[in-house]
Design a protein around this ligand. Structure first.
Ligand code: UGY
Ligand code: MN
Length: 245
């Protein structure tokens, strides 16, 4: 309950910081019994949609749109995923990549929160369609960003031209920071998973903590430095491997 009308949420033409105190839940086609928080969408200026589905036990989700690929990441709880004749069980930090037009069904075994990243898949002449990927983030090996052992990256999707999206986690030891102010063609959707720090977006510096969501448009200058005594970690989406012409 806000008695002051104050919030850290900010929405700008080339970036947005969205904090949990401002989240609004809506029903979405394809989801039964499941309120969804739409964090990032074309209405904001993005070329993808990122949202959290808050599934009660027994809640279900399917893809309601043609030509849309999906990345699903379980934040909390356990869900069953049925896809291509196989049933998988995803627990916290488990994830799946679901190619466009491959029917799938998510069903919550327990109350669960699932982060979804949906976007129109851009086929590439000569490249095969991507396959279903199911994994668990903690089991992946990490690599230091540009040799900095204090900043570890885990890549959840294959580094292959078939994929037009990348979804990584980035874990910063206390005091670690991006090596420079990145300014690039790819856009980002980001969810803070742990800890906190300061995010520079365009000409502003924002304090951020676990639970916050950030959208960075193409070419939005960006930098992050971790603060506090525990690691800061975020999940980050970007568009990759296409010419956009
Ligand atoms: O992959 C990235 O572009 C990443 N280093 N960006 C970021 O953390 N803001
Ligand atoms: Mn970046």
């Amino acid at each position: 309950m806000s008695l002051t009308g104050a919030t850290r949420t900010r929405v700008q033409p080339d970036h947005a910081l969205l904090t949990p105190d401002t989240f609004v839940r809506v029903p979405l086609p394809g989801w039964s019994n499941t309120p969804c928080i739409v964090h990032i969408s074309p209405e904001l200026g993005a070329r993808f949609k990122m949202y959290t589905a808050e599934m009660p036990a027994g809640g279900t989700g399917e893809m309601a749109l043609a030509g849309i690929e999906r990345f699903a990441y379980v934040l909390e709880g356990a869900v069953r995923l049925e896809v291509a004749g196989t049933t998988h069980r995803l627990e916290g930090d488990g994830y799946a990549y679901l190619p466009p037009d491959v029917p799938h069904r998510l069903e919550a075994e327990t109350a669960a929160r699932v982060l979804l990243i949906d976007k129109p898949y851009q086929p590439l002449v000569g490249a095969d369609l991507p396959e279903v990927i199911v994994g668990a983030e903690p089991t992946l090996s990490s690599t230091p960003l540009m040799g900095d052992e204090a900043l570890q990256v885990r890549q959840m999707l294959p580094d292959h031209l078939s994929f037009d999206m990348a979804v990584n986690t980035m874990a910063y030891a206390p005091g670690a920071h991006l090596p420079f102010v990145e300014t690039h063609v790819m856009e980002h959707g980001l969810l803070m998973l742990e800890g906190g720090g300061v995010y520079r977006l365009a000409e502003q510096w924002y304090p951020v903590v676990a639970g916050d969501v950030i959208w960075m448009a193409s070419y939005c200058p960006q930098w992050f430095g971790a603060l506090g005594k525990t690691q800061a970690k975020y999940l980050i989406y970007k568009d990759v491997n296409r010419h956009s012409l």
